[in-house]
Ligand binder design. Structure first.
Ligand SMILES: [Zn+2]
Length: 501
C-alpha cells in the first residue's frame, strides 16, 4: 500500500468514527428532551452497542495495517494540515484502542451506572461518604487505563491530554498559578467594596415572559451569525448544551426562562454551534469538521457569551431593543443592567459563577484531581480538601457535601481530567480577543453600530474553517505567535472589573 491508499483507509475509519459520534450526539439530544423514562433501559443497551462499535474500529485489520505503515511517519513532517490532522488523530485513537486493557475497561463500564446512582444518593443524603468508594474505584481504574495507554507519562497528564490534546499538567498548572494570583488580587480589591455588594444583594433584574425572552435571545444568536438552517433551537432541557450532529448541523438546546441569563446561555451555545458547523467544505469533506475539543471549544462559546455578549459596546446597540421587546425592562436603565450582568460575588456554585470567579472554581477542581493522581490526596480527604480550597480561594465554605464536593456530576460521569478545560477556555479567550483587536482595531466601534459580522467573519476565517485539523497549541501559535498565556485574559478582566464598582 502506498501513502495515498493509507490516507484513504484512515479517512474511511475516521468517517465511520464520526458517524457513530453523530449517533451518540443525537441520542444525547433526545435523552434530555424527549426520551420517556421507560425507554431508558433499551436506549442504554443501544448506546453501549454503538460505543463498542466505535472503539472496535481502531482495533480492526484496516487500522492495524495503517498503523504499521505509519509507524515510521511523524505527523509533523506532513505539510497539508488536513492530512496531518487525520494522521495525528488516527495515531492517538489507534494507540488508545490498542493499549486500553479490555478487562479494566469492561469493569469500568460496569460500575458507571452504580457510580452515578451513588452520587445521586450521596447528594440526597448530603453525605460524600456514600459516593466516596465508587469515586475511588472510578479514579483508580482511570489511572490504570491511562498508565497502560502511556506508560512513560504520569496518569493525570494522559487524562488531561485526552480532553485537551497536547497540553501537559506542568504547563497548565503554571498558567493557572498566574491566573489564580491575578484573580485573587482583583477579588481582594473587590472586597473593599463589600458595601456595594451588600446594598445590591437582594436586588434582581426583572423577568420577562419566557416566550418573549426566548425569541429575543434566539434573534441575538441569529444576528451573531448562527444559521438555523445549520441547526435550530430546542428549549426542552434543564442546562444549555449543543449537539454536534453533522458538519452542517449543530443544534442549540436551552431551558425555558424569563431571566436575561437565557440570553447569555443562548449566545454561549450559539458560539459552540457556529464553530462546529463552520468548517470549510474541504475540511468537512475529509471528516475533520467540528472544531478542537476541550478548552478551545469552550473558548469559542465563552467568547460570544462574554467578550462579545457582555461588552458595553454590544449592549449600547442592543439594550434599547431589549427594552422594546421585553417591557419589564423599560424602567431599568442600561447602566443598571450592565452592572447586574457584571456583578462579582464569590459563590459556591460553579455553573452560576460570575466571569471573575468562574476560573477559580475550575482551577481548584483541577488541582484536587492533580493531587489525587500524584498520590498527595486520598479519596477519604477529598471533601475536606475541597472545602479548604473554597475557603482559601473564594473566602466561603460549603455548609454540606452537596454544596461542596458533590455539586458537579463530572466525577460520577466519566469526566475525569476535564475541569481544566473550563478555565483554559477563558485563557484562550484573552488571547483570541487580543488577536481580533489587532486585526480589527475598530471592533468596538462597529459593535456599537450593531455590526458583529466582521468579528464572526474573522473567527470563521482564522479558527472555524480549520475544523479539528490543528491542536489548540498550534492554533494559538498561529493566532498570536506564542504559547498558552493567561496574562491577556487578566488584562481583559482588569479593564472591565479593575476600577468598576
Ligand atoms: Zn460550553
Amino acid at each position: 500500500m502506498n501513502f495515498q491508499e493509507i490516507l484513504q483507509a484512515i479517512m474511511d475509519l475516521n468517517y465511520k468514527f464520526r458517524y457513530y459520534k453523530s449517533i451518540e450526539s443525537l441520542f444525547e439530544y433526545d435523552q434530555w428532551s424527549a426520551l420517556p423514562p421507560e425507554g431508558a433501559a433499551y436506549r442504554q443497551q443501544t448506546a453501549a452497542f454503538i460505543g463498542e462499535q466505535k472503539n472496535a474500529l481502531y482495533k480492526g485489520d484496516a487500522a492495524r495495517r495503517a498503523g504499521e505503515y505509519l509507524a515510521g511517519v511523524s505527523p509533523d513532517e506532513i505539510e497539508n494540515e488536513i492530512e496531518r490532522g487525520l494522521i495525528r488523530t488516527f495515531l492517538l485513537r489507534r494507540r488508545e484502542a490498542e493499549r486500553t486493557p479490555e478487562d479494566i475497561l469492561r469493569r469500568y463500564n460496569l460500575i458507571r451506572a452504580d457510580c452515578m446512582n451513588a452520587w445521586n444518593r450521596a447528594r440526597e443524603a448530603k453525605d460524600y461518604k456514600i459516593f466516596m468508594p465508587w469515586m475511588k474505584q472510578a479514579f483508580d481504574m482511570k489511572k490504570e487505563i491511562a498508565l497502560a495507554v502511556n506508560p512513560d507519562m504520569p496518569a493525570f497528564d494522559t487524562l488531561v491530554s485526552m480532553t485537551d490534546e497536547g497540553l501537559s499538567v506542568k504547563e497548565v498548572s503554571g498558567q493557572f498559578d498566574i491566573l489564580k494570583q491575578g484573580l485573587r488580587s482583583l477579588l481582594d480589591r473587590w472586597d473593599c467594596r463589600k458595601d456595594y455588594a451588600e446594598e445590591t444583594r437582594d436586588e434582581r433584574l426583572p423577568e420577562g415572559r419566557p416566550d418573549r425572552m426566548a425569541a429575543f435571545a434566539q434573534r441575538l444568536a441569529r444576528e451573531l451569525g448562527y444559521r438555523p438552517e445549520r441547526g435550530g433551537f430546542n428549549d426542552r432541557v434543564v442546562h444549555g448544551f449543543t449537539s454536534f450532529m453533522g458538519p452542517r448541523d449543530a443544534r442549540v438546546s436551552t431551558y425555558k426562562s424569563g431571566s436575561s441569563n437565557l440570553i447569555f446561555t443562548c449566545l454561549h451555545e450559539a458560539g459552540h454551534a457556529m464553530y462546529s458547523a463552520g468548517s470549510s467544505d474541504e475540511v468537512a469533506a475529509a471528516g475533520m469538521w467540528g472544531g478542537i475539543e476541550g478548552g478551545f471549544h469552550e473558548a469559542n462559546a465563552r467568547f460570544f457569551e462574554n467578550m462579545i455578549g457582555r461588552s458595553r459596546a454590544y449592549w449600547e446597540h442592543y439594550y434599547p431593543q431589549l427594552q422594546e421587546e421585553i417591557p419589564e425592562f423599560r424602567d431599568i436603565p442600561e447602566e443598571m443592567f450592565y452592572s447586574f450582568t457584571h456583578r462579582v460575588k464569590p459563590t459556591l456554585r460553579r455553573i452560576s459563577a460570575d466571569e471573575v470567579t468562574y476560573s477559580l472554581h475550575a482551577i481548584l477542581r483541577f488541582e484536587l484531581e492533580r493531587d489525587y493522581f500524584a498520590g498527595e490526596l486520598t479519596a477519604e480527604d477529598m471533601a475536606e480538601a475541597w472545602n479548604d480550597k473554597y475557603e482559601e480561594y473564594l473566602g466561603i465554605r460549603p455548609a454540606d457535601d452537596t454544596e461542596g464536593v458533590l455539586q458537579d456530576m463530572h466525577w460520577a460521569g466519566d469526566y475525569i481530567g476535564y475541569f481544566q478545560s473550563y478555565a483554559l477556555g477563558n485563557i484562550y479567550d484573552g488571547q483570541i480577543l487580543e488577536a481580533v483587536k489587532r486585526d480589527i482595531p475598530d471592533m468596538e466601534e462597529q459593535m456599537r453600530r450593531g455590526r458583529i459580522q466582521p468579528v464572526t467573519e474573522w473567527m470563521e476565517e482564522n479558527i472555524w474553517r480549520h475544523g479539528c485539523c490543528l491542536t489548540a497549541g498550534e492554533m494559538i501559535r498561529r493566532l498570536t505567535g506564542g504559547g498558552l498565556d493567561a496574562k491577556p485574559f487578566l488584562k481583559y478582566l482588569e479593564n472591565i472589573y479593575g476600577n468598576a464598582a
